[in-house]
Design a protein around this ligand. Structure first.
Ligand code: GLU
Length: 444
């Protein structure tokens, strides 16, 4: 058995009830085969892959909090410090009822290679809780965040581990978490990113993941002589990534006709009204039915269905495994040109392979959604030098980073004879840097 296969089957046995983690590991290890085979003896002796699939540290803790009626609730908190070979652990905090150790491990594993691709000095980590923010009052959100940080604060720090937002964690939650960290540790430092602009946040961080996704897509299409002007686009999700993907796509001349949330989806043939979407989702924290009620051209449908719409470009920006084989088949039948992931691992392995086999240009999230964490690293730089850069400065840097990621991914794929396979390119380019740094630092 090859070394890669040995490690995949070891991971499957050891983490049998963590399907998303197995999926993420399998995808990466499968596509770095040629790199590993070239140095198989050395990597096997050094157990390099075994070390890469085992988090450096896993923290699991109790999060008790009191609701507005005086009832106590208990959630489970997690922080996985996956790999610090190239910098302090970096990655978001996900608050969603689906969170468990396997989800956080898959996200942490992805984060290691994504962060490597940014070219910036950040290792990989991820955290979260099975807490459900839906329907909670501000007061309850604050109670949860303060309790979560009361434990987390002893494990993190500006030079150790720097969490940020993810699903369920936005500006409000980051504010409460930051306040509690400062109160307990008595240090004012850039321990979190995605902070508000009055207390160390970076301009353009809010927009960064969605904008970055479009900068990546723009470059990926540009090198084939294709522009975004006039393209019809579907977006799934209606959170931070989706909103700013819609905004940038429309700024670049495309028309976005869908968005979705956990209850249903919108088809808006006139193009999504992004200001209305922000009003509904960012300010009112309401459902998409509210969008439809205020937009005559919009149709609201219950359930799933975004991928049934005929489009040129599909941007899954909601959550893991939301684009499945049957969706990929519909997209191909409708002549889709490109699929680019805004969320983390939104496309199943079978769907990814189907799209690639049918000539669809496919951008994997760890490359195409890296703009968020890259801008987090820019926020860390600004915090370290105690300065703030202008929106234009950060946005320009973000654009440069995304173009560079595309070029590195493209080059890595070509180097191993897999031109146009950006899944392989991203995994290889991300892996090479981490492997090199781990190798240089000895067995640890
Ligand atoms: N949660 C985002 C991601 O998946 C951002 C992480 C960060 O900024 O640290 O990359």
């Amino acid at each position: 058995m090859s070394y890669v296969d040995e490690v995949i089957s070891m991971v499957e046995k050891k983490n049998a009830n963590e399907p998303e983690f197995i999926q993420a590991v399998r995808e990466v290890l499968d596509s770095i085969r040629p790199v590993v085979e070239a140095k198989e003896e050395q990597y096997r002796r050094d157990a390099l892959l075994e070390r890469m699939v085992e988090p450096e540290r896993q923290i699991k803790f109790r999060v008790p909090w009191i609701d507005d009626e005086g009832q106590v609730h208990v959630n489970t908190g997690y922080r996985i410090q996956f790999n610090s070979a190239i910098g302090p652990y970096k990655g978001g905090i996900r608050l969603h009822p689906s969170v468990n150790i396997g989800i956080i491990k898959f996200l942490g594993f992805e984060q290691v290679y994504k962060n490597s691709l940014t070219g910036l000095p950040i290792g990989g980590g991820k955290g979260g809780s099975d807490f459900d923010p839906k329907g909670k009052s501000d007061r309850e959100i604050m109670a949860f965040c303060q309790s979560f940080m009361t434990e987390l604060c002893r494990h993190i720090g500006a030079d150790t581990d720097v969490p940020a937002g993810d699903i369920g964690t936005g500006a409000r939650e980051i504010g409460y978490l930051f306040g509690q960290y400062k109160r307990i540790r008595n240090v004012y430092e850039g321990v979190l990113t995605g902070k508000g602009l009055t207390y160390g946040g970076s301009l353009a961080r809010t927009e960064a993941t969605g904008y970055g996704l479009l900068y990546f897509v723009e470059e990926m299409l540009r090198c084939r002589g294709i522009g975004l002007e006039g393209k019809i686009v579907s977006v799934s999700g209606a959170g931070n990534v989706a909103i700013y993907a819609v905004e940038k796509a429309q700024q670049l001349g495309a028309k976005v006709v869908t968005v979705s949330d956990s209850n249903g989806w919108i088809y808006d043939p006139e193009g999504i009204d992004v200001e209305l979407l922000k009003e509904v989702k960012e300010r009112k924290r309401a459902r998409l039915t509210e969008y439809a009620a205020n937009r005559p051209s919009a149709q609201y449908h219950e359930g799933r269905g975004v991928w049934s719409v005929r489009v040129d470009i599909a941007l899954p920006c909601a959550t893991q495994n939301e684009l499945r084989l049957e969706d990929a088949k519909m997209l191909v039948e409708n002549g889709v040109l490109a699929v680019a992931e805004g969320a983390n691992m939104p496309t199943t392995i079978e769907a990814t392979e189907y799209l690639q086999k049918n000539g669809v240009i496919f951008a994997p999230g760890k490359a195409s959604n890296a703009g968020g964490v890259a801008t987090s690293a820019l926020e860390m730089s600004q915090n370290s030098e105690r300065l703030s850069w202008t929106f234009e400065e950060v946005d320009q840097k973000l654009k440069g980073i995304m173009v560079n990621i595309f070029r590195n991914v493209d080059r890595a794929a070509k180097r191993y004879g897999m031109e146009g396979n950006y899944v392989a390119g991203a995994n290889i380019a991300g892996f090479e840097k981490v492997a090199d740094a781990m190798n240089a630092q000895g067995i640890c």
